[in-house]
Design a protein. Structure first.
Length: 428
């Protein structure tokens, strides 16, 4: 006898859509797709079952910034968003730059019993961009990648050495690709609208210039190293930078890239009201950049959707646009947002959308694909097409604000399982 039987449910993963089937779950795995006896029966008619999502890029703020978020609230937000696995960024206080810090986060997350946490570690000590951390020890402790995210890697030589060092242990190096000297104090996309509003602009060339440099650094590391390096470009936001990554992939360079829900659904026009809710780094771009990113999702230039979940206090986000911090919380709405805006409204292939939340990010980390078949791990999410509005006041995250507040979305996760164990339930 199984633990759970989900009846009459459609399956969707990177292999496609199929069903309806009766999914029997037990012993942490999918036991059958043809039904069977179970302790609990859940009606899946009209719903989709998908592999659990993996977020490559989330800020959980622990240690040191728990007033904004902590592991408990962040991982609870994750499972409510359908995420069974999550990579946390190391730009905390102090930064996560030692094996001991990685182990401490993993141990605490395991005790919470929510989403599985993979704490990314800093590429350089203190994220100061100078002295490399111990890649091998960090990998052994459980870090899935190295990154100084939250900071830009200004020293190309340090980045090159970091790529070479990480490659020896099979670790990707993720970069916030932005030239700080071009960005300066920009708070929104540089262009006619920023000029009209009198706000300092962050030019798209700042991203493209740094992506171009980092790809050349990768080319050098590939030529000089014995192990194959892996560069991962975070929160890519511009058409030109996307083109550079596309060209690099065609040339065979080992580069991957991600895009965020906000860069796929919002444009710089949102800043017309001077609302700091829409202040992010990199900034919201022009409509042509959004269209280019969506095309990049389709053609494989972009490997994953990553949230860049960046919680702040309400008081911080209510400051004026120049002083407010960058960042949007999005773990709980990322999938329904793109299910609605891309799949429902634009006909974006559902299997590709699910792949960008599952096999895509898993491949970046070197993890095997997770498909819905007998014997597969039962880390799953049940998605409901019923419409519900975004209500930030009901978020599990401490950051109870959202640029999508009031948007009516479909495709909400109503059940999330990690290895067959229910970690989120919102069945009606």
């Amino acid at each position: 006898m199984g633990d759970i039987l989900i009846k009459n449910v459609m399956l969707v993963d990177a292999l496609g859509e199929r069903g309806p089937v009766d999914v029997l779950i037990g012993e942490g795995r999918i036991l059958s797709l043809e039904g069977g006896e179970a302790q609990r029966v859940i009606e899946g008619k009209g719903r989709f079952l998908a592999p659990g999502f993996l977020d490559l890029h989330a800020h959980l703020r622990e240690p040191g910034q728990e007033v904004k978020e902590d592991l408990a609230t962040g991982l609870r937000a994750a499972v409510r968003g359908g995420y069974t696995d999550l990579v946390s960024m190391p730009n905390t206080n102090p930064p996560v730059d030692t094996p001991e810090a990685v182990r401490a986060l993993r141990k605490k997350a395991q005790a919470l019993g929510l989403a599985r946490l993979y704490p990314a570690a800093a590429l350089t000590q203190g994220q100061e961009g100078k002295t490399l951390t111990e890649a091998g020890l960090l990998k052994e402790a459980g870090a899935p990648l190295l990154t100084d995210d939250g900071h830009t890697n200004e020293d190309a030589g340090v980045l090159a050495a970091g790529l070479l060092g990480a490659a020896a242990f099979g670790l990707p190096v993720a970069v916030h690709a932005e030239d700080a000297s071009l960005r300066r104090g920009g708070v929104m996309n540089d262009g006619p609208l920023a000029d009209l509003l009198g706000l300092p602009g962050n030019p798209p060339e700042a991203e493209a210039a740094r992506v171009a440099r980092d790809l050349e650094v990768l080319r050098y590391a590939l030529r000089r190293g014995q192990a194959r390096p892996h560069l991962h470009v975070q929160h890519l936001s511009t058409r030109r930078a996307l083109e550079l990554v596309r060209e690099a992939k065609r040339a065979g360079l080992p580069v991957t890239a991600e895009a965020t829900p906000h860069h796929l659904t919002l444009t710089e026009e949102a800043l017309r009201g001077f609302d700091p809710l829409f202040k992010v780094a990199p900034p919201l771009r022009a409509g042509e950049d959004v269209e280019a990113l969506i095309e990049g999702l389709l053609d494989g230039t972009l490997d994953a959707v990553a949230t860049d979940h960046a919680p702040h206090t309400q008081a911080e986000k209510e400051m004026d646009l120049l002083r407010a911090p960058f960042g949007i919380p999005s773990l709980e709405v990322a999938f329904p947002l793109l299910y609605t805006e891309l799949y429902r409204k634009r006909g974006f292939p559902l299997k590709r959308l699910v792949e960008l939340f599952t096999d895509g990010p898993r491949k970046v980390l070197g993890l095997p694909p997770l498909h819905l078949e007998v014997g597969a791990e039962a880390s799953l999410v049940l998605l409901d097409p019923k419409e519900h509005p975004v209500d930030p006041k009901a978020f599990a995250s401490k950051a109870r604000f959202s640029p999508w507040a009031g948007w009516v979305l479909e495709g909400w996760p109503v059940l999330t399982l990690v290895e067959g164990r229910i970690v989120h339930e919102a069945l009606e």
